[in-house]
Write a protein that binds this ligand. Structure first.
Ligand SMILES: NC(=O)c1ccc[n+]([C@@H]2O[C@H](COP(=O)([O-])OP(=O)(O)OC[C@H]3O[C@@H](n4cnc5c(N)ncnc54)[C@H](OP(=O)(O)O)[C@@H]3O)[C@@H](O)[C@H]2O)c1
Length: 315
């Protein structure tokens, strides 16, 4: 696939002045979320961060001020994606604090939880945090995103193509055969599928001014595996960090920044690094495997998600 952004791929140099625009982003205390917030603020945007840990959030704001400047327009709202009440409360606060949302960037995640754990609602932890948490957040913020002619950006993973490659409807919470990789992969596949299903639903409703995009950061040197992964996973990833098979967290933020700001992207596309194994390299559109667009699975997942969360989207 030819990269429309040339040999170097998409870079933040393409972002124009963002004064007057508001970006809501989940999980900015480290990794790609921190880098994305930093770059958006450096371009003059207002950034509403959604993080679960008040102390880390305060430290993040202090660090952003240190690197971008004291005049930045940034706030944090406390939200734990693994607790539905917390997500609902945070969404209500966002609606109070922001008069527009140019992009909601669903960036936060946990990965490779060694032992099966459940959220308060009884969902497997990665599915509950990465998928259902963001599903609820998006549903509640959708009216303002639509009013702002904004976008939803979902940070997926190449992991969508590494697990079972479908949704385990008969055992969504892994009561049987739990493996950290399969559960993480399912949550990321679900996140990506819901983007394409949302776009289909928007199209059917004749709504073309609000868009959703799916992207991923490739293999980036962040805290993802060190926060949560098993000893073995941490060892493997720490070794990978020393090789050209990984890239800086800043580069990992480029796909989500591109999807949040670039005009004329195809909402049916998939965006990330286009180099080796899509782990590193110039950012642009690249292939997505057909199982991520299996219409019957997408529809069933959406209906199930509305039922599980008790929320129906007002599309
Ligand atoms: N790094 C990679 O190579 C890679 C590869 C594929 C996909 N991704 C995706 O890239 C995205 C960013 O991850 P990253 O690599 O930058 O990892 P990271 O450095 O670990 O950042 C993850 C962020 O998510 C937040 N978070 C975790 N659980 C949360 C919860 N329950 N509620 C609210 N926030 C929560 C973390 O906050 P705390 O500080 O509170 O933990 C942190 O701010 C994720 O969607 C991940 O799946 C990363």
């Amino acid at each position: 696939m030819k990269n429309p952004f040339g040999k170097k791929g998409w870079t933040p140099e393409r972002i124009k002045d963002l004064s007057g625009k508001t970006f809501v982003i989940t999980g900015t205390t480290s990794g790609t979320g921190f880098e994305a917030a930093r770059i958006l603020l450096s371009k003059g945007a207002k950034v509403v961060m959604l993080n679960r840990n008040p102390q880390k959030a305060a430290e993040t704001i202090a660090k952003l001020k240190e690197v971008v400047g004291n005049k930045i327009d940034v706030i944090n709202i406390i939200m734990d994606l693994g607790i539905q009440d917390s997500v609902k409360k945070a969404a209500a606060e966002v609606l109070e604090q922001a008069d527009r949302i140019d992009a909601l960037m669903c960036n936060a995640a946990i990965a490779q939880t060694p032992k099966r754990k459940l959220t308060q609602e009884g969902w497997e932890l990665q599915m509950g945090v990465n998928y259902f948490g963001h599903f609820t957040l998006q549903a509640l913020l959708f009216p303002l995103i639509e009013q702002s002619k904004g976008r939803i950006v979902t940070v997926g993973s190449m992991g969508y193509d590494m697990g079972l490659k479908t949704i385990k409807f008969d055992d969504l919470n892994w009561e049987k055969d739990y493996t950290p990789n399969n559960a993480y992969s399912q949550s990321k596949l679900a996140q990506i599928m819901s983007v394409y299903e949302l776009n289909d639903r928007l199209k059917a409703a004749g709504k073309s001014e609000v868009k959703a995009y799916a992207c991923h950061p490739g293999s980036s040197r962040t805290s993802l595996i060190t926060t949560n992964g098993s000893f073995l996973m941490k060892m493997i990833f720490n070794m990978m960090k020393l090789t050209p098979l990984t890239q800086a967290a800043e580069n990992g933020a480029y796909p989500e920044l591109m999807c949040a700001t670039e005009e004329d992207l195809d909402e049916n596309g998939f965006y990330g690094p286009t180099g080796r194994s899509n782990w590193v390299g110039p950012v642009g559109p690249h292939e997505i495997k057909v199982h991520a667009k299996d219409k019957a699975v997408m529809q069933r997942l959406w209906d199930l998600s509305e039922k599980e969360t008790g929320l129906s989207w007002k599309i």
